[in-house]
Design a protein around this ligand. Structure first.
Ligand code: GLU
Length: 328
């Protein structure tokens, strides 16, 4: 039987980690090929190409790394792969998934997965997650959905998924909307048809910077005041509740928003920013009048990625439209 071509790359993370010396903690050492060897049944499903593109803890992945991974993944599709699967650390997986999703210009699926237990640990979840991710990649129902995250038997859409537990096996969830689908008895089952996608052009530069500041009780405004002087090209604020900041912070927003795009999202784990509820100084209505864009359901980290990508292709004037397109 002619098997489909499937390309897998590993970028590091817990899924690739083992202790070099007992008691010293795990570090990324396991290559993509070794990972693949832990899932022998994959060879019966696809003709697999495997690469180790990075061996990094995901906290140390950069946008430049992701752009080079994207170039590799694009080439795999051009060479005839029906899907690309990436394994990486779970700490930043929600961000790389959103990043890739905004740039993935193929009908074929790009699937991200990882593990919460390292390769050497009893009950390691990496092999099972990798097999699930490949099954999602190979399913026809995954086409035209952009990027999916597959963890612990669930499929999450790249724009909705968040890491909501730091250590549990069930580390990922999609607040408000729930998972996009499940793996059931080896079948890939989606709950809804694909949504329309909005792919951005590739960034023409990568040196620009978007600051992310989180509002917190009685916070000083030193960093906020210096955002322009420090040369930031955009500002992302993770605001209180429905997208709010203190009166002191609110008073600084107008001057910043006149120079660079400012987005306010909620620092809450679930729910959107408001639009027309609160009129106090620092409330969402006031911040919008001062020139900030409200992120709605898009979380601070994914809003920052959107803004970074828009700045990279000089589409920052489209920010409000893209934020609208990403709402549920
Ligand atoms: N729990 C994380 C992981 O799954 C830690 C390391 C990382 O993100 O690279 O991979």
């Amino acid at each position: 039987m002619d098997l489909p071509n499937l390309s897998i790359a590993s970028l590091g993370g817990t899924v690739s980690m083992q202790a070099r010396v007992f008691g010293e903690g795990v570090v990324p050492t396991v290559s993509g090929a070794t990972l693949l060897a832990s899932v022998p049944e994959l060879r019966t499903l696809a003709r697999v190409t495997v690469e180790t593109l990075q061996l990094l803890p995901s906290a140390s992945l950069s946008f430049e790394h992701l752009l080079s991974v994207l170039r590799w993944a694009n080439t795999q599709i051009e060479l005839g792969a029906v899907a690309v699967v990436l394994t990486q650390g779970t700490d930043t997986l929600e961000e790389s998934a959103a990043f890739f999703d905004l740039l993935w210009d193929h009908d074929e699926p790009l699937v991200l997965t990882g593990a919460m237990r390292s390769a050497a640990q009893t009950g390691a979840d990496g092999p099972g997650n990798l097999l699930d991710a490949c099954q999602v990649g190979l399913a026809e129902s995954s086409w035209r959905r952009g990027v999916q995250v597959v963890m612990n038997g669930q499929i999450h859409s790249a724009q909705a998924v968040r890491k909501t537990d730091s250590m549990a096996l069930q580390a990922f969830s999609s607040p408000v909307v729930g998972p996009a689908g499940l793996l059931l008895e080896g079948d890939v089952h989606y709950f809804h048809p694909p949504r329309q996608r909005h792919v951005l052009p590739l960034p023409q530069r990568s040196t620009h910077k978007v600051a992310l500041l989180q509002a917190s009780l009685s916070a000083d405004s030193l960093l906020l005041e210096n955002v322009l002087a420090l040369g930031y090209d955009g500002l992302m604020i993770a605001g209180f509740g429905a997208g709010h900041v203190s009166e002191t912070w609110a008073g600084k927003i107008d001057a910043i928003a006149r120079k660079i795009p400012v987005i306010v999202a909620t620092r809450c784990d679930c729910g959107p920013t408001a639009r027309s509820t609160y009129g106090f100084k620092g409330g969402e209505m006031d911040l919008a009048k001062r020139g900030a864009s409200m992120a709605g359901f898009v979380c601070p980290r994914k809003s920052r990625i959107l803004l970074w990508l828009l700045l990279g292709c000089q589409r920052q004037d489209d920010l409000a439209r893209y934020l609208r397109l990403l709402q549920y």
